[in-house]
Ligand binder design. Sequence first.
Ligand SMILES: Cc1cc2nc3c(=O)[nH]c(=O)nc-3n(C[C@H](O)[C@H](O)[C@H](O)COP(=O)(O)O)c2cc1C
Length: 168
Amino acid sequence: MTTVDRHSGHVDAADYRTLMGGFPTGVVVVTTTGAEGTPYGVTCSSLSSVTVQPPTLQVCLTSTSRVLAAVLGSGRFAVNLLHARAREAASVFASPVDRFAAVPWRPTPRLGLPWLHRDAFAVAECELARTLEIGDHTMLLGEVAAVDHADDVPLLYGRRQYSAWPGD
Ligand SMILES: Cc1cc2nc3c(=O)[nH]c(=O)nc-3n(C[C@H](O)[C@H](O)[C@H](O)COP(=O)(O)O)c2cc1C
């Protein structure tokens, strides 16, 4: 049953969450490097492609995120696409733990950003092209400068749980 807030004209937040929770996605860890080389990273499902020419993707981060602040400072970020065996890494990068002590990582070849080489089957190295604040999130538009890609099965997320690829 859909409800509409009579004052804002918006659909109820819980209904909106249910709607988008039913839209399955892959899972990525967005990383960047802060001052003095400190690595930052956060689990995200908001990745989508924007356009091919120039190769541009977008991710949305909550505006209070320390990772967002670090991306705005460095002007670049990496998108680590997690494979199906990386549920633990997905949980680590959504938790208040020492994230980079829990998983192996090394710098990406082009921009030197944190690369979760064990848990990611692909990484896209991006230059921050534009930002857009909407509500309590900030959309990051990144131009893809380099990719590293291996053939593997992606981790899926939907209906508030991780899932295996159908048939695997
Ligand atoms: C599967 C999954 C997808 C997520 N997607 C996003 C996202 O797209 N954007 C976001 O800001 N947070 C997302 N989160 C929540 C963050 O990972 C989580 O709030 C994290 O603790 C924030 O860390 P930070 O405070 O270091 O930014 C997601 C979490 C999970 C488990």
